[in-house]
Design a protein around this ligand. Sequence first.
Ligand code: BES
Ligand code: ZN
Length: 612
Amino acid sequence: MARLDPHSYTDSSHPLAKHVALTLYFDFAANTIHGSALLTLPSAHTGHLLLDTRSLLVHSVIDPVSGAPIPFSFPSSDDPVFGRPLSLSLSAQSAALIVFCTSPSSSALQWLSPAQTASKAYPFVYTQCQSIHARSIFPCQDTPAARLTFSARLNLPSPLTAVMAAARAADTRDPIAGEAGPACSDALWCSPGRAVEEFVMDRPIPTYLFAFAAGCIASRDVGPRTRVHAEGGLVLLDAAAREFAGAEDMIRAGEALFGPYEWGRFDLLVLPPSFPYGGMENPMMVFLTPTVIKGDASGAQVVAHELAHSWTGNLITNKTNEHFWLNEGFTTYAERRIVEVVQGEERAVLNTGIGWKGLNEEMERFADNMEFTKLKPNLEGIDPDEVYSQVPYEKGFQFLWRIERQIGRLAFDVFVKKYIATFKFQSIDTETFLEFLKVNVPGIENQIDLKLWVEGTGIPPDAMEPVSTIYSKIVSLANEFKQGKIPKEEEVADWSGQEWELYIENLPKSVEASQVASLDARYQLAESRDYEVKVAFLQLAVSSGCKEYHGEVESTLKQVGRMKYLRPLYTALVHGTGDEEKMLARRIFAEARDSYHPIAQGVVQSILAKHS
Ligand code: BES
Ligand code: ZN
């Protein structure tokens, strides 16, 4: 018995399921899903089959052919991070039908009451499965080493619409008696006012890409293969449609660089403000925070990133989270290449600069924990949400950019295309990448210290800060702030959010309170509509002991649940000069907690716990 992945109970000697057929009955009154999962193995198996579960109640396991029960047990107790393994005892069976129920605390699901939605009239539910939360929706081999296809039949109250990161298999229809099997009684399934929606994903995907949302969702086409969906009414939909009008140009840029787009549709779903990430690359339908819609097309970077995952991440997937850089580092590289095509080189360099600053900051965050500054860290026993950082993104980007500089862009482009064509629909590890690199770029190991890049801590000496006139100008303006100089109006006249973000992030961590106030008096950064700017500024204000911004910090923490904003603001508060800030952090969290996604709740909880 050996684990395939430190974050999954999946046993390397067991077969991997190749398909799951899901039947899901949504109970919005109880914030639960009654469901069944019919798992199909590649061939008949005798003996144990270990699956991951978390916060799931398993009612029964049935042989779908004979209808006989399949014995099951939970061989170990519940781990707060990894959940508990479900062991099925199979005898020459190639399928198992598991009947289960989710719990209101299932970590992948956020249930919003009507009052918490923009519609104010209908509830909303959505998923976030990466990294290891799919197991809180249905029992599965929850490791990216395994890929499977799926079909899903969803039963919802009929005024609600469901969307999935999958293809729609049929029009919305009335429920049919008997079709739910043991997942749910006919009385419930066929009760008045319910409707059924069906989806399929016919390309094998890892479980972390499983995704759906249901609620009052409006939609509009913005391109030949792109439709924008949003909970938030027509005003938001209009703004989103404008912001994402360039999606098709990006897909074409991606195809030119990385090969055909293999997923059919590229739809976008704008979630409520509590969505814990900027974007999530769910296949065929990317999930996005509404904070990327700023009316200035800057959301393009996040869309470019999630689109880039269609090649690097969704086609080629990291085998385990220890190789997460293969997903995120490659995607950050690909994102910047797409941005360069659609928005120009200056914009791409600016993004690289923001990333460079972020990478350097992570080195300070992990000064006592250098393991997490490695491209390939040891994550045995570690919660991936806890150690989420810029390292896989930006060190990964730097590694690939270093190789590009060594062999030249033309050769590197050929290499990347071949890499994608070779490993598509596979889950691979760092060693597989390095082997492929050495075979295709003979002698590379004599030119670049691959071992240092992959196994070493910190930032290798041959990493590079980007160079460009605008980037260097912003960084030097930020340095001049130390001498009390605030940029002149004409110097910032053409700055957009990203220029300000880069500027603020390059200021010292804490400055004189009076300087913070005069910067804000001139440029109204605390009130910026751009959350990147607003949060960077508020973080500086809190770290500089400016109490007059506590009100703005509080309202920000109550408006959004994106962890990129929650982490720095809560961290700045708990590191605050006095107890006042710590108490404020605790009070805000107590009041805002219910509006956060369970994953964000866990992350904030752990920030507060470290400083109690
Ligand atoms: N796949 C990630 C989000 C993620 C990572 C979710 C790890 C759960 C665990 C997504 O592609 C991402 O990186 N999003 C970024 C976007 C940014 C880099 C443009 C984000 O959310 O900030
Ligand atoms: Zn990503």
